[in-house]
Design a protein around this ligand. Structure first.
Ligand code: GUN
Length: 300
């Protein structure tokens, strides 16, 4: 039997719609417009695309978008000064410094300078610690998007066996913390895990976030499991013509879809949820700054 396909594009559109509704209410009732500042250093083409999409979707949600584009030789001190300025600006409720940064800039130092209350990426060590100790944090956007999809599909996640393959700070570790908070039994697996196939086969929820194309085959998936594929990998696609490529996940979709109960496709699964959750986090940060209740259904 074929799995239910979890439509991340439709889900993300719904999240953006709910954000826009609550932004409109915030404006009407309190005269507040959430603002998101995005800082891009250098000319990385993929980052430029991300930043453009973020700006567009921010404005579509009724928020103010502030874009700061700095040259790739910008001194670290100038970037830190800009972050401090954004920290102090009351019209800015969320700050995102696009990664990766050029080699001469200390990424950890930059992330540590962002006001944790405006850290809509959830990368500041304070937010990492708050999440790990079960307190109110801003949480990284991609794992938040995965959690929303899982809650929507399962209702309660309590007692389910969750396996997260990948231990990055951006996805694997925060994903594991969020699943633990929803009372899953959580295993974090990685490149050194012994008998990864057997570990994956025990998962009711399998989250793949390793960045290796089609690494997880269908026979590693427990029948009926929910598979969340965070990977976005470009591989050659000679069937489309010479030099052509296509996007695939970390899971071998064609075999996994025959075994899983539900699965996210690539593209069109987790990917669109990241920016939607960035908007949700900006709204959350704005509500907290104003001392208003948290937006409904948009937080961890
Ligand atoms: N580069 C690619 N994705 C992201 C993201 O989600 N946040 C930041 N800050 N940089 C990124």
């Amino acid at each position: 039997m074929s799995a239910k396909i979890i439509d991340g594009k439709a889900f993300a559109a719904d999240v953006r719609g709910r954000v826009a509704e609550q932004v409109a209410r915030l404006k009407a009732d309190h005269g507040i417009t959430p603002g998101l500042a995005v800082v891009l250093v250098g000319e990385d083409p993929a980052s430029q695309v991300y930043v453009r999409n973020k700006g567009k979707q921010t404005v579509e949600a009724g928020m103010t978008s502030f874009e700061h584009k700095l040259g790739d030789t910008t001194p670290e001190a100038d970037l830190l000064a800009l972050v401090e300025k954004l920290n102090a600006d009351p019209a800015v409720h969320g700050i995102l410094v696009q990664l990766p940064l050029p080699d001469h800039i200390d990424e950890a130092k930059v992330l540590a300078t962002i006001d944790p209350a405006k850290d809509v990426d959830g990368f500041h060590i304070s937010n990492v610690g708050l999440l790990a100790t079960g307190q109110k944090a801003l949480v990284p956007c991609t794992p938040l998007g995965c959690l929303m999809m899982l809650r929507d599909h399962h209702g309660s996640l309590s007692g389910l066996n969750a396996v997260v393959v990948g231990r990055s700070n951006i996805v694997g570790k925060p994903m594991a913390q969020l699943l633990l908070r929803d009372s899953c039994t959580v295993t974090i697996a990685h490149s050194r895990t012994k008998d990864l196939a057997a570990v994956c086969r025990g998962a009711d929820i399998l989250v793949a976030a390793v960045g290796r194309p089609q690494m997880i085959p269908g026979d590693w998936v427990k029948p009926g499991a929910t598979v969340i594929d965070v990977g976005i990998n470009r591989i050659p696609a000679p069937e489309k013509g010479e030099g052509k490529t296509r996007l695939v996940g970390d899971v071998d979709f064609d075999s996994a879809v025959e075994v899983a109960g539900a699965i996210t496709p690539v593209p069109g699964g987790v990917g669109p949820m990241t920016i939607a959750c960035l908007l949700a986090n900006t709204l959350t940060a704005c509500c907290r700054a104003a001392g208003l209740p948290e937006p409904e259904g948009l937080t961890a």
